[in-house]
Structure formats: structure tokens, C-alpha cells
Design a protein around this ligand. Structure first.
Ligand SMILES: Nc1nc2c(ncn2[C@@H]2O[C@H](COP(=O)(O)OP(=O)(O)OP(=O)(O)O)[C@@H](O)[C@H]2O)c(=O)[nH]1
Ligand SMILES: [Mg+2]
Length: 1111
């Protein structure tokens, strides 16, 4: 097929029924880009001889060098199937975990996905991840089992063994889908139930209006009822293709059913049903029978399909049997060029034959057009999900917003249809590569015009020269002309050069409704935009918007067709297509929702699988280039969906990335594209957490400790006149002005509680927001689902916090921290102090009770907040190395407010002020502390300690820190999990590397049907740098791990430990620095942060001498 013209594509875009938006998803190296090459080659964009070798969509240099894809890129292809012409917007995505955010950006824009599985490696961690992502976005997948040639050439399986192997892979993939489906059904059921309950409460909806209702009451049969036949991959459903992308062949069983039905005279439908499965051909009776396995017969799939391929490989690659090849080519009706058949590499001939016999692009494109939905088939479920951002339910959105659902469903390109566009990422393009700046061949007319222009200019110049030479008198005017012209030319030259060097952002987007035109103005909905608010204030798009929060307006300067490495300029793009938009960089950071209707809510945020964890501090080589670096980092932040850029309190510019490979790419990008300066990056900053544990019972040499440890710990805290320490660990601290005293105790939280809190961060944030809203007198509309989840969280906490120490603890929770949602708890154990619990808003929402506590709460709110703030500060950076705390409960056991009786300088001091107040009984303490100005005015002249609330914050913070130090403290390290696939020969080396880096092997198993071992291990992030490289080097590239952040783990050694007993001296030596990993980490962090490090710089002073050999 020839190169498809731009006009053809434009025409195809107008017919959404024949548009397919899809992405290719798989584990790293399973062959996505190679397959994409074959598809691209089918459109004549690259030569089919180069397909698989070029990796056309890996356009970056480092992608080509490393051989992995790092970004998702799109290309539009044309495919003609019978009468119908299809437009396929194909997006290739990366498989490496570090770039999984790019997968999210791709998946959002698609309706379907090609999931590729390597026939040898089978289902890998990323395969599961991408299947889950496809699932979460509600897009339909089809399967390609790739690299079947490896079964023949590498594993040397027979066709029968290969069949069993393929069956297993299919089972594995379906098992993943099955588990996703089950969880979905259960979730759906919960949602339906909830809705039914609400409807019942409202009582105004008749059952007839709600067709799902009957199902709700009969939901015990939910799983069986739900139709899942479409869901699973099965060759007879036509949603599986078997392929070898590198050799250019691929087939679905339809093709073979057709071929053989003609040859054997069996109906194609029958063959289709029986080609995959336990069927065999009874040659005598010319019948297809069941039970091949039991009778020891060859299954049809082996006999009719695999055997053909096996014998082709055998003839062409293994035996290179010229005669047999000729014969086979004859029977297949294939002709190859002589240069192919004479080529020294048999693979060339093989792919020449295969790409004619079973072209992979045909099989895949046919399946895609046949099985994947068009933009018109968008399900209402998916639309509702896209539109219900945060805790809001679709049904609670304004009516006008709900009506937009029809616009999605119709996917109409009428002028009246509202324009709806989603931008999933911004990517940078060289201005030179933009179509409007590209040089194109001139047409005849243009050439003639230019010639004419040049001639004119020439004559003018001649005339000017003549004039200057002839007329001395009017030399003034004559001399100015030549002087100005070159100057003018120069500036123009400079500007255009700058223009050329400039890079612009192009938005990677899709139109869901309406027609996007160049120069059109649209609203940009920020993630927090509320359509209800917007609808009240604006009607149409205009440049001067009234100030609606989170709503902006922008112009789409240019529209592009994405063609892999190239962009083509477009005037308009109809609904249902993927496109690039220029000119949005000012108003879109990473992703955005655009529309002409203010009723549209922002789409739900993309869900990213990877958490950015690797952070480095960056500085320019030459300090004067700082502004360039800052600009560069801003651009990087915009161009990468996952990278985070921030300035730390210390003033460092920090880049946070998902992993080592991602980091490397970001640094390269900064150097070469965004900042264009020399930069130096620090060693990765490894995050730690600080925690306290229960006093250990044994010491470092496993001897019973008894009481001595406690004493040792407590002596770390130095007492002073304002600070007192109780042997049980209670720290009492008085503010410098002696008006308040707090007593705090640190208690380690049970591990499960910490985990639960960490996992529920979002929920706790919602709770906090609701509490905040309530204090401000607003209400937050939370869905029943969120409320239920919060109730579950509460009851789970209650179950986990058992024992005398934790009696009523859940109700006494004062706050979570740091940042108000972290995994630490502030507990109210002050006797007699009643405050509304954090769960208070839950009870109100449920309408159960609204205690009289509210009035009191508002009166003491200001004090209350200071305590919480102090706690937040204390948990944000701990005393060991100023890292955040984790899993610590601070129980406030004493809180006295005590105002001086004599303040002689003030006659205005009222009676109440001079009373000694307990917070719980105080009537108006707010006046003293809540209004610093007021108290400042009154006592400002003398109160050298500043506003009181500040002192209270500092006191609580200090008390928490001291309380923390009064307990055995430990560091927590971030851990990666990694899965390594390795053969038996290199297994030992893999273990070696893991051991050296403090890794722990969790599991080791053999992959069925192969000689591969799968090792699951955890590894501290601190030890992970260079791990992948080292493994690859030590195993000569046979094993390559992928690291994913998994959890935090307490490092068992105590950083402040020094040997004290005889045995310990014997065991660890006097310095004991070899064993103490935690101390090493802690000092590393402290040194980086410029904190005091207790270390001897010179250990053994020796006289300096010359170390030459002869002396
Ligand atoms: N034997 C064999 N090798 C293949 C096949 N398809 C791809 N490969 C090889 O597998 C390697 C990875 O291929 P890619 O297409 O880059 O894989 P990818 O899935 O795009 O990888 P990422 O983008 O990094 O996730 C390359 O060396 C290919 O030559 C195949 O069908 N058979
Ligand atoms: Mg790739």
C-alpha cells in the first residue's frame, strides 16, 4: 500500500464509526515498538524490509541506544478492510516501570488496547499493571502473543509442546482479567446498593425508572449474571493474534479457518469453533472429533496451524533446504525477490515469505477494527466515571452537566455540539520540526514569484547606487538607505534564529465531542473547577472572563496530526480523534480538560501506578546560569507527566523521578533541551522515616537487657527548668512565658495501624477537609461511598488498637500528621478536656448527633489549632535526621493554661485573664491567644516572648521531639520490590549482588515450561543505585530487574547504640561502626542537610611520612 495522503486521513477523521483509537501495552521488551513498526510499514511510511529493525516510533536518540521506549507517541494509520476504510490512531507506550505514567497518559485517550505478551516470558508484572490500567480506564483489550519464533528457535519446543505452552499463557492472562472482573462486579454491586438505598431514602423514584433496581435485590447471583464472555481472550472469539513481530508474521485463527475450509471442505464456522481446543481430525471419517488429549491425538491447532509454521522454520532457517522451500513457496503462492532468497541470513528469506503469507499487520489491524470499539461506542459508565471527579457522584452534578453525557455518547461533529477535549500530557517539539516552519519544496508559481521579487530588488538597488553616485546634494537620503537595510536584515535574522531554537509545547489530546478549529477559544478547567459555580457566572467563552475559580480561557493556536516523528498541520479536527494542539503552554501544566461549555467538570485525574521516589538536588556548573536552570526545570516539569520539581526548604532545587532510568532521561533532557547548560546532580537523596519502637528485650548480642536500656535512653534528654522527664517517658514542657504547660508521651503505633493509615491517606485528607469545612460553617458533599469507607476505616482502627493503653483511642484522635494526613497520630489524653473528635463530621453527615460540644469547640479552637500545628511540625521532621516521622502516636496527657496573676502594667486586664485557666473550663481563652493583635496591644510592650499561640506551637513541637527521644528510636528505610528473571547458570550471581546490597529474597520459583527462575526480592532504595546495571553486567545481560517502590521497613539496628558490655566489645569492637547500618544512613542524611554529625575526623594521629618504597 502506498503512502496515505493527508487529505485521505482528513476525510477518514470525519467518520468516527470507522475510527479506532488504541494503544499498545505490554511489559518491557515484549515487542510493542517492533509490532508498531510492522503496522507503520503497512502504510508505506517506512520500508517493510526495515520494519522491526528501525523502531520508528522510538524517535529519541536515547531510546534507540538503550533499546527501550521512554515516552508514548502516536501515529495515524489507514487500513482498508473490504469496502471499509478505517483510520487507526495508534499510540505506542513504554513498558519500563519508570515510565508507567506515560502509559496512563496513553490509555486515557484510547478506546481500546493491544496487549502484547511475550510467548516465552508470559505474564510479567507490567503485563498485570497495564491490564489493570486498561481496566480502570474502561477500555477494551485485545491480545497479541508475540515472539512465537522464540519457542521454535530458542526453546526448541515441538509444535505440540508449544500449543500447551500457549494455552498456559492464555490462561494466565485470563486469570488476571478474571480477578479484575470479579473485583469490579463486587464494587458495582456496592455502588448499586448505595444508589438504591439513596433512592429509597429520597423515595421519589419509581422502580420503573431505575432498571438496575431489580438486580440490586437479587444480587446474590451477580457474578453469574454479569456477562463476561466478551471479556476473556480466546482465539475463537477473534481477539487473539499469534505473532512474531520481528519476522513479520501473525495470524488469528479466522485466517486458518478460511484457508482450511476451502481445502478440506469443512464449514469455516465449524473450523473456527474447533481450531482452538481439544479437537482432532479423524482422517478416515473426515470429521472433527472431541477429546484429542484423551486419545493422544494431535489437536487441530497443532495439525493445521503450528505444524505449517514449524516446518517452514525448519526448512528455511534450520536446514536451509532449497528444494523444500521452493515447494512450500509454490503451495503458499508466495514469490520472493532473488536478493532475498540468496541472502546469507536465512531470516531475511523467512520474513520475506512470512510477511506475504501471514502479514502481521493485516492480522492485527483486522482484529483491531473488528473487535475494538469506535469512539461512538463509548459506554455511559465510562463517561460517568470520567466526569465524577473527587468524591462527587455523577448524579449530584448540575443538570446541565449531566446533559453533556449525551454529547459524549453522540460524539457528534455538528457545529452545535459542545467541544470537549482532554489533554493528557504536554510534549516538547523543536520549533524546527513544526510543519509551519518546515521547508517544503516550492511550487512552480512560487518560484516564479520569488524570481520576480529578486529581480525587483536588484533593480532597486542599482537605482539607489546610481542615485548616490549622481546626486551629491541629496546624499543624506541616499546614504541612509544602505545603512539601515543591513541593520534591519540583521535583527530579522536574529529573531528568526531565536525562533528556530525555541521549542514549543504540543498538547497530546483527544476530541470527545464537537469540532476543534484552529484559533478557537475554549475554557480550561482546572482540577478543582466546580461546574455549578461556573455555570452561575459565565455563559460563553470570551477573553475577559469573570473571575471564576479554577477556570481559564485559551486559544488553540494550531492543530496537528500526530505522525510519529512528524507533525502535520490541520485546520480542524472532528470528534473522536487524537490530535496535537499548539499554543496551550501558558494555561496547561501537565494535563487539562478543555471545553466550550462551562458545564463540563474536569475529568478525573490520571491514575499513576508509580510513585516518584528518587530525588536528586540539581545545580548549574556555573552559578550564574541559575535562572536558566530554573526555567529548564519548569519546562521539564511541564513536559513529564511524572517528574516533580520542587525547591526544598534548604534552597536546593530538587528533581523527583520514578526510578534510575527515568532520572537519567530527565537529566539528559535538562542538559540538552530544557536548560541547555552544564548541570551537576547530587547523589540521589534517599528518603527515610523516623519512628520509635517498643524497648527491645535483648541487646545486640542477644542478651537479656532488663532495665538498663530504659535508663540509657532517658539520659539522652537533658532536663532544664522548663523541661521535665518522667522515667515512664512523659515529657513536660512549659512555654518560656510560663503560661502553658504540656505533657506529651510518644508511643509506637502497631505496624498494622501505620500501614492502614498510610494506605488511607486520601481518605484521611477528605476527612480533614470535611472537618475544616465544618469548622468554617460549610458542608462538604461526600458520597455515601466515601462516608462508608471512613466508617470502615474507623472501625478497623478500633479493632487494631486494642488493649488498656488504647482504650477509646480512636475517638480521642486529635489529628493526623504530618500535613494532616500522615501516618502519625496526636491523641487527646488530657483529663477533662473535651473536644470534638476528628470523626465528628461523619456523625453529622450521618445526621446522628450534633453534640453541644460545638459551641465549646469554637471557643477553644484557636488553642486547639496551635497544639495541632506543633504536632504537625514535630512529625514533619524528626530529631534523628530531620526526616518525617512514621508510626508514632503522641499522647498529650497534660495541658494547663496558666496566666500570671499580676500584670501591674495593665489596668485593662480583666478578671478572667488573670484567672488560672484550664483549657477545658475556660470561657474565652480565644481572646488571649486567638487574637494576637489584641493581646499584643495590651501586653505587647512587655511580652518579649511574642504572641502566645506561637509559643504554644513551639512548646508542643519541642515536647513531641523530646518525648520521641525518650523512646528507642529507629530509622525506617524505603524498600523496593524487584522481580528478576534469570536462568539457572546466573542464579548464583544474582544472589551475590542481592546479598551485597542488603537485599532479601522472598521467593524463588521456576517458570513453568521454561528454564527461567523468577526471584522476588526486596531491596532498600538506599542500596539500589546501579543495581540494575550491576545485575545486567554480572549476568551478561541475561537478567534484568525492575524495581518498584513497595513499603517502608524499620532498620533493626539502633543508630545511637554504642557497645557497653564485654561481649559487645568482643563482638563488635570498640568503635562498632562496621555493624551499624542505621548510623551510616543517619550520618549521611545529616551531613547532606548540614546538621551536626558526631564523628571523629582524625582517628589515629600519626606523623606524616613519605611512603616511598625504599624508606
Ligand atoms: N525473537 C523475537 N524477538 C522480538 C520479537 N519482537 C521483538 N523482538 C525483540 O525484542 C526486543 C524488544 O523489542 P521492542 O519492540 O523494543 O520492545 P518494546 O515492548 O517496545 O519495549 P519497551 O518499549 O522498552 O517497553 C528487541 O530486541 C526486538 O528485536 C519477536 O517476535 N521475536
Ligand atoms: Mg517500545
Amino acid at each position: 500500500m502506498g503512502h496515505t495522503s493527508l487529505d485521505k486521513i482528513k476525510a477518514l477523521q470525519k467518520n468516527p464509526a470507522n475510527v479506532r483509537n488504541l494503544c499498545i501495552l505490554a511489559h518491557v521488551d515484549h515487542g510493542k515498538t517492533t509490532l508498531a513498526d510492522s503496522l507503520v510499514a503497512s502504510n508505506g511510511i517506512i520500508s517493510s524490509r526495515l520494519a522491526g529493525k528501525l523502531r520508528y516510533l522510538d524517535s529519541r536518540e536515547d531510546e534507540q541506544i538503550r533499546g527501550i521506549t521512554m515516552k508514548s507517541s502516536a501515529i495515524s494509520l489507514h487500513y482498508a478492510s473490504g469496502e471499509k476504510d478505517y483510520l487507526i490512531n495508534l499510540i505506542d507506550s513504554p513498558g519500563h516501570v519508570d515510565f508507567s505514567s506515560e502509559v496512563s497518559t496513553a490509555v486515557r485517550l484510547c478506546d481500546g488496547a493491544i496487549v502484547i505478551v511475550d510467548a516465552v516470558e508470559g505474564v510479567c508484572p507490567q503485563t498485570q499493571a497495564v491490564l489493570r490500567q486498561a481496566w480502570l480506564e474502561n477500555i477494551r483489550p485485545v491480545l497479541v502473543i508475540n515472539k512465537i519464533d522464540r519457542l521454535i528457535m530458542e526453546l526448541k519446543l515441538t509444535s505440540q509442546e508449544a500449543y500447551t505452552h500457549l494455552q498456559k499463557i492464555l490462561e494466565q492472562v485470563n486469570a488476571v482479567t478474571g480477578s479484575l472482573f470479579t473485583s469490579k462486579v463486587l464494587e458495582d454491586r456496592a455502588v448499586k446498593e448505595e444508589r438504591a438505598e439513596e433512592d429509597k431514602e429520597e423515595g421519589d423514584i419509581e422502580p420503573a425508572e431505575c432498571p438496575g433496581l431489580e438486580q440490586v435485590y437479587d444480587w446474590s447471583a451477580g457474578l453469574e449474571d454479569s456477562d463476561d464472555s466478551q471479556l476473556y481472550f480466546s482465539p475463537d472469539q477473534g481477539n487473539v493474534v499469534f505473532a512474531s513481530a520481528i519476522d513479520g508474521w501473525g495470524f488469528s485463527i479466522q485466517q486458518f479457518a478460511q484457508i482450511h475450509s476451502q481445502r478440506m471442505g469443512i464449514r469455516a464456522e465449524v473450523l473456527l469453533k474447533t481450531l482452538w481446543g481439544d479437537f482432532y481430525l479423524n482422517a478416515k471419517a473426515k470429521k472433527i472429533m472431541k477429546g484429542a488429549h484423551a486419545k493422544g491425538k494431535k489437536p487441530l491447532f497443532v495439525q493445521l496451524v503450528l505444524d505449517n509454521i514449524w516446518s517452514l522454520y525448519d526448512a528455511v532457517v534450520t536446514r536451509r533446504d532449497k528444494e523444500k522451500i521452493e515447494k512450500m513457496m509454490m503451495s503458499l503462492g508466495v514469490k520472493v525477490m532473488t536478493r532475498d532468497s540468496r541472502h546469507s541470513d536465512p531470516k531475511v528469506l523467512l520474513s520475506a515469505i512470512c510477511s506475504q503469507w501471514l502479514p502481521v499487520s493485516q492480522a492485527v489491524l483486522f482484529m483491531v477494527c473488528d473487535k475494538l470499539p469506535s469512539p461512538l461506542d463509548m459506554t455511559s459508565e465510562r463517561i460517568e466515571r470520567l466526569m465524577s471527579v473527587g468524591a462527587r457522584r455523577f448524579h449530584s452534578l448540575p443538570l446541565q452537566t449531566q446533559e453533556l453525557k449525551t454529547a459524549f455518547m453522540q460524539c457528534s461533529s455538528d457545529d452545535t455540539a459542545p467541544v470537549i477535549v482532554f489533554v493528557s500530557k504536554m510534549f516538547m517539539v523543536d520549533a524546527k520540526a513544526l510543519p509551519q516552519n518546515k521547508q517544503r519544496p516550492l511550487t512552480q508559481e512560487e518560484m516564479a514569484q520569488r524570481r520576480e521579487l529578486a529581480r525587483q530588488r536588484h533593480t532597486e538597488r542599482l537605482a539607489a547606487i546610481q542615485q548616490t553616485e549622481s546626486g551629491e546634494g541629496n546624499g543624506q537620503s541616499g546614504s541612509t538607505t544602505p545603512a539601515t537595510t543591513p541593520g534591519g536584515d540583521n535583527t530579522i535574522g536574529k529573531v528568526s534564529q531565536e525562533e528556530e531554537e525555541k521549542e514549543t509545547f504540543v498538547a497530546f489530546a483527544r476530541v470527545y465531542s464537537g469540532v476543534v478549529r484552529r484559533g478557537q477559544k475554549v475554557f480550561v478547567m482546572g482540577p478543582k473547577y466546580d461546574p455549578a459555580q461556573g455555570l452561575r457566572m459565565v455563559r460563553i467563552v470570551s477573553a475577559c472572563l469573570p473571575p471564576v475559580p479554577h477556570l481559564a480561557c485559551c486559544t488553540m493556536d494550531s492543530l496537528y496530526l500526530l505522525m510519529g516523528r512528524e507533525l502535520e498541520e490541520l485546520e480542524e479536527v472532528p470528534s473522536g480523534n487524537v490530535l496535537g494542539i499548539g499554543g496551550l503552554e501558558e494555561c496547561v501544566l501537565k494535563s487539562a480538560t478543555l471545553s466550550t461549555s462551562p458545564a463540563l467538570p474536569p475529568f478525573i485525574p490520571l491514575n499513576f501506578e508509580a510513585t516518584p521516589i528518587v530525588r536528586v538536588a540539581i545545580e548549574p556548573k556555573h552559578p550564574s546560569e541559575m535562572p536558566k536552570l530554573v526555567r529548564g526545570m519548569r519546562l521539564l516539569n511541564q513536559a513529564d507527566p511524572c517528574a516533580e520539581v520542587l525547591i526544598q526548604e534548604t534552597g536546593e532545587h530538587v528533581l523527583v523521578t520514578a526510578g534510575e532510568v527515568h532520572l537519567q532521561r530527565c537529566l539528559d533532557d535538562l542538559r540538552e533541551r530544557f536548560a541547555k547548560i552544564e548541570i551537576s546532580a547530587s547523589k540521589p537523596i534517599i528518603p527515610f522515616r523516623e519512628t520509635v519502637i517498643r524497648p527491645p528485650k535483648v541487646d545486640m548480642v542477644n542478651e537479656d537487657l532488663g532495665k538498663q536500656q530504659k535508663v540509657a535512653v532517658i539520659h539522652q534528654v537533658k532536663e532544664s527548668d522548663t523541661l521535665h522527664l518522667d522515667p515512664s517517658g512523659l515529657v513536660t514542657l512549659t512555654t518560656p512565658n510560663r503560661q502553658a504547660t504540656v505533657g506529651v508521651r510518644a508511643i509506637p503505633l502497631p505496624e498494622e495501624v501505620t500501614l492502614l493509615l498510610e494506605g488511607s491517606a486520601d481518605l484521611i485528607r477528605t476527612l480533614e477537609q470535611a472537618g475544616q469545612a465544618q469548622r468554617e460553617g460549610r458542608t462538604l458533599d461526600m458520597s455515601t461511598w466515601t462516608l462508608d469507607a471512613l466508617m470502615v476505616l474507623k472501625s478497623r482502627l478500633e479493632v487494631l488498637l486494642q488493649g488498656r493503653k488504647w482504650r477509646n483511642a480512636v475517638d480521642r484522635i486529635w489529628a493526623f500528621g504530618p500535613r494532616r494526613y500522615g501516618p502519625n497520630i496526636l491523641l487527646n489524653s488530657v483529663e477533662g478536656y473535651q473536644r470534638p473528635s476528628v470523626w465528628h463530621c461523619l456523625e453529622r453527615e450521618k445526621g446522628e448527633k450534633e453534640g453541644g460540644a460545638k459551641a465549646e469547640a469554637s471557643a477553644i479552637r484557636d488553642f486547639d489549632n496551635s497544639v495541632v500545628s506543633g504536632f504537625q511540625l514535630a512529625t514533619l521532621s524528626g530529631p534523628m535526621c530531620e526526616e518525617p516521622l512514621m508510626g508514632v502516636c503522641f499522647s498529650v496527657e497534660r495541658w494547663d493554661m496558666n496566666f500570671p496573676t499580676q500584670r501591674t502594667h495593665l489596668d485593662s486586664v480583666t478578671e478572667e485573664d488573670s484567672n488560672s485557666l484550664d483549657a477545658s473550663v475556660s470561657e474565652s481563652p480565644g481572646e488571649a491567644a486567638g487574637h494576637p493583635e489584641a493581646s499584643g496591644k495590651a501586653g505587647g510592650a512587655v511580652d518579649c516572648y511574642g504572641p502566645f499561640s506561637g509559643q504554644l506551637i513551639a512548646a508542643v513541637k519541642e515536647a513531641c521531639r523530646h518525648a520521641f527521644q525518650a523512646k528507642p528510636q529507629r530509622l525506617m528505610a524505603a524498600m523496593y520490590t524487584c522481580e528478576i528473571m534469570a536462568t539457572a547458570e546466573v542464579l548464583g550471581r544474582v544472589y551475590g549482588v542481592l546479598g551485597k546490597r542488603e537485599g532479601r529474597v522472598l521467593q524463588e520459583e521456576m517458570k513453568e515450561g521454561t528454564e527461567m527462575f523468577i526471584i522476588k526480592a526486596v531491596l532498600p532504595v538506599a542500596e539500589s543505585f546501579g543495581f540494575a546495571d550491576e545485575i545486567r553486567k554480572r549476568t551478561s545481560g541475561l537478567a534484568s530487574p525492575q524495581l518498584v517502590f513497595s513499603h517502608w521497613e524499620v532498620i533493626s539496628s539502633d543508630p545511637s547504640w554504642v557497645p557497653t558490655t564485654e561481649e559487645e566489645y568482643l563482638h563488635f569492637g570498640v568503635k562498632a561502626d562496621s555493624a551499624n547500618q542505621a548510623l551510616k544512613y543517619m550520618n549521611g542524611v545529616r551531613r547532606r542537610k548540614g546538621l551536626y554529625v558526631e564523628e571523629k575526623i582524625v582517628e589515629h594521629g600519626e606523623k606524616q611520612r613519605t611512603l616511598s618504597k625504599n624508606k
